[in-house]
Design a protein around this ligand. Sequence first.
Ligand code: SPV
Ligand code: MG
Length: 433
Amino acid sequence: MTKTVYLGITGDIIHPGIINIINEGAKLGELIIGLLTDSAIVSHKRLPYLSYEQRRQVVENIKGVAKVVPQEDWSYVPNLKKYKPDLMIHGDDWKTNYLSKIREECFEVMKEWNGEIVEIPYTKGINSTALAENAASIGTTPDIRRAALRRLIAAKPIVRILEAHSGLSGLIAEHAAVTKEDGVHQFDGMWSSSLTDSTSKGKPDIEAVDLTTRLQSLTDILECTTKPIIYDGDTGGIPEHFVFTVRTLERNGVSAVIIEDKKGLKKNSLFGTEAKQVLATEEEFCEKISAGKRAQVTKDFMIIARIEEIIAGYSVDEAIKKAFAAVKAGADGIMIHSKNKSGMDIKEFCHKFRAEYKNIPIVLVPTTYNQFTESELCEWGANIVIYANHMLRASYPAMRRCAEKILEAERSLEVNDMCMPIKEILELIPGTK
Ligand code: SPV
Ligand code: MG
C-alpha cells in the first residue's frame, strides 16, 4: 500500500531546496503538504508576501504534491496527530536550529502509530528565511503592502504598530526584533503620526501646517520599509478634500487612514487644555467617512474612525453612540482614545463595542494607560495597538543630553559612549559605501 508522507512548508518563496525536498518526499509515497497559514507563520516570522490562497495555488501545482492541507499551528504536531502519516520528511537543519524542540516532539508523536521521520540533507546556501530577508531589502509593491494590514488583523491576536516620523525611525520599526520563548517579536507596521511628524519639523500638531512635508516623511518611510503603514489623517479636512487624501494614500500603498471626529482648529488630543475641542456631529463625521469609502479604489484600504468623545469630556456611552454611527457609515475600524491613566474608560468602551460588533477592529493608543500589556488589551477586545510617539520621545532627550555634554566638556570625547560608532552608522543604511 502507498505510504503517506507529511511535509510542512510556508511556500512563500519556492527555491531549489524546497523542490528537492518535495521530490524526495514524493519518492517515498503520497505527499501531503501541510501549508502553514498566515496565523501559524506570524506567531514566529514576518507575514509572507503571498496570501494563503496564492501560496496554495502555487504549491498544489508542483509536481509530486498529492494534496495540500492547512497547517494552522507553527508546530507540525497537531497535523501529524490529525493525518497520522506513515512518514514525515524534513530538512536536517532542524536538528540544530530554532525547530530543534519541535523536532523532538515530532519524533515522540510519530512513535504513537509507528511512523518514521526522514531527514534529508539541507540544501546549503539557500533557505526561505534568508531569501525573504533579501526580498525585503529589495522592497515591496504598494498592493502587497496595502493588503498586509487586513491580513495581519485576521492572522494575529493583536497587531503591534510603532510610530515612525522619518526613514531612520521607519528602519527601526521594520527591523527591531527580540527573540522570546514563543518566537521572534517584531513590530507589524508603522504609524505615521501627525504629532511626531510635526514635532520633528519643529512645528505644532495643528493639522497640515504643511501637508507636503507630511507626505515627504511618508515617502521617506515608504522608500526604506516594507511593512504596512497606518496614516494619522487628523480630521481628514472637509469631505471634498478627504477623498483626495484617501486616493493619494491608497495609491502609495498605505493600508489605513485614521480620521478623528473633530472640527475647527485641531489640537493634539493629549494637549492639556481646558478649552474643549469642538467635535464634529455624527452627521458631519459620517458624511466624511462615507465620502472616503466611496472614493477608495481597492477593497484593502481601511478608513478607521477615531472617536474623541472621552478626550472631550463626554461619557463612554456617547463615544459608543458615535462609534456605532461611524461603523454604519462604513468605517472599517474604530480607534478609541483617552488620556485617562486608569484605562477603565477604554476597557468599558471595548466591552460595550464588542457586545454589538464582534469583528470590527478596535485600535488603541495606550500612551497614558501604558501599564497594560498587549495581551491584556487584546483580552479587552483590541486588535491593533499603536505606540504612537515613542521613537521621537526617545530620540529628543538623547540628542539634548549629547549636545549639553559637548557644551560642558568643550569637546566630544565625553559623548563617545552615548553615540553610535561611525563604522556602525556607515553600515546602517544599505548601499552606503
Ligand atoms: C498622533 O500620534 O499624532 C496622534 C495620537 O494623533 S495622539 O498624539 O495620542 O493624539
Ligand atoms: Mg495626530
